[in-house]
Design a protein around this ligand. Structure first.
Ligand code: FAD
Length: 414
């Protein structure tokens, strides 16, 4: 047991790292201990399916806090060790190396893990999930030019991985079980745009594709679909979603419902425990309901709110969700969540085969609900504020791409 019971952070990811550094920025001088089951310092995961897979950035460049800054800030990092139990009565946590660490305040930032494939053969050594630096290292070892990669899942991670794999010279197949890619996050028109971009680039993209089995002896050699087709595979990568790591919180008796339940101050049902990031379910003022988000902006902003709560500063978490995805030369930036819209307006010609830039504006009752922007950074930046204000824009003027967006913004009404 440690001498001083300070703040203990469970999970050394984006949110955990943010809480630790924010605590120091806010002037906290007590002990801060961050415990993570990965051997790495807290790192940014978005480049894993982008620049890190492409080999253009190093692992160190992904670190949220460089090792020297961590030491300088006096943040203790215990890596490669799993927290197995939270004892709220005695205010201590147990680690899988036999240690116990006392806390004065606890932060739960345990994120999530990639949803595993439940197919037989999924445990073969050439079948991978994609969540960690170590996952990418293993994939990269096999991702040689000419190798056949079959990606199961046409969500952001699957599509980003496909774009990079193609650039690395692999033959790429993407299998999406639903009738279209990105079906949970956008409209059919935008899905069609991304499907076309991938097919034009050379991906064999199949929608409505149900995987029946992974075939092969020591290694998977074929992916068998329910329609009878068999696809040759040297590498299989699954990007089929995330399971929030809430088991520790749940077994400690905290309220959990699709994430650790927190209020707008990132406080859990225990006054000595806050939580932040992918593992939480928070009330969203923007949506008027609770939500569990899986994004870097959420981990960072909620992490800051959690650190403030630990310092006694009550700052509510009120951000509008936003997200991005990079595929080829296409940067998709999304602000807000488009579910529940009753009208949408497209700027740019989405149906034109050469189209590489457009934005879709979603409205509810005449107010701007969310925006999907591809290669339109200025429209995205201005839209962040407009979505937060639920602004009204003139749909007819908006649809005319020759009218500069800036001029529309000045006439927008809240
Ligand atoms: P995590 O980063 O998952 O960190 C939690 C850490 O806690 C992990 O290291 C976990 O192993 C550890 N842990 C869990 N349980 C224990 C335990 N019992 N003991 C010790 N340690 C434990 N978001 C975007 O906004 N834009 C993007 O473009 C984007 N791209 C992505 C691409 C990929 C390939 C992936 C995987 C994610 C991407 N995301 C993106 C999502 C984003 O990375 C996550 O939302 C973010 O990492 C969440 O941070 P977190 O700290 O909550 O969780």
């Amino acid at each position: 047991m440690s001498e001083e019971a300070g703040i203990v952070i469970l999970g050394a990811g984006q949110a955990g790292g943010e809480v630790a550094s924010e605590l120091r920025k806010l002037g906290y001088t007590g002990r801060v201990t961050m415990i993570g089951d990965e051997p790495h310092l807290p790192y940014r995961r978005p480049p894993l399916s982008k620049a890190y897979f492409a080999g253009t950035v190093s692992a160190e460049e992904l670190y949220v806090i460089p090792a020297t800054s961590l030491v300088k800030a006096g943040i203790e990092f215990i890596g490669g060790v799993r927290v197995t139990h939270i004892d709220r009565e005695h205010k201590q946590v147990s680690l899988d190396d036999g240690r116990s660490i006392a806390y004065h305040k606890l932060v739960i930032a345990t994120g999530g893990r990639a949803r595993p494939l439940t197919l037989e053969g999924a445990n073969r050594p050439n079948v991978f999930l994609l969540r960690t630096i170590d996952d990418i290292e293993r994939i990269r070892a096999l991702a040689k030019p000419g190798a056949r990669m079959v990606i199961i899942g046409g969500g952001f991670i699957g599509l980003e991985t496909a774009a990079v794999a193609l650039k690395l010279g692999l033959q790429v197949t993407v299998l999406e079980g639903l009738p279209r890619v990105l079906a949970r996050v956008t409209i059919p028109e935008v899905s069609t745009f991304f499907e076309r971009a991938h097919r034009d680039a050379g991906v064999d993209l199949r929608t409505g594709a149900q995987v029946a089995a992974l075939e092969g002896d020591e290694l998977v050699t074929h992916v068998h679909l329910t329609d009878g087709s068999r696809i040759e595979a040297d590498i299989v990568v699954a990007g089929i979603g995330l399971i929030a790591n809430t088991e520790l919180a749940e077994s400690a008796g905290l309220v959990v419902d699709n994430g650790v339940l927190v209020d707008e101050y990132a406080c859990t049902s225990d006054p000595d425990i806050v939580a932040a990031g992918d593992c939480t379910n928070h009330p969203s003022e923007y949506l008027g309901r609770r939500i569990r988000l899986e994004s870097v902006p959420n981990a960072i902003e909620q992490g800051k709110v959690a650190a403030n709560s630990l310092m006694g500063n009550k700052i509510p978490y009120r951000s509008v969700p936003w997200f991005w995805s990079d595929q080829y030369d296409l940067k998709l930036q999304v602000v807000g969540i488009c579910s529940g819209f009753d009208e949408f307006v497209v700027r740019g010609n989405l149906n034109e085969p050469s189209c590489r830039s457009f934005a879709v504006f979603y409205f509810k009752d005449g107010h701007l609900l969310s925006v999907d922007a591809v290669n339109r950074p200025q429209e995205f930046m201005l839209s962040k504020k407009l979505v937060a204000e639920r602004a009204r824009l003139n749909p007819a003027a908006l649809a005319d791409d020759s009218v500069p967006f800036k001029t529309l913004v000045t006439t927008a009404k809240a």
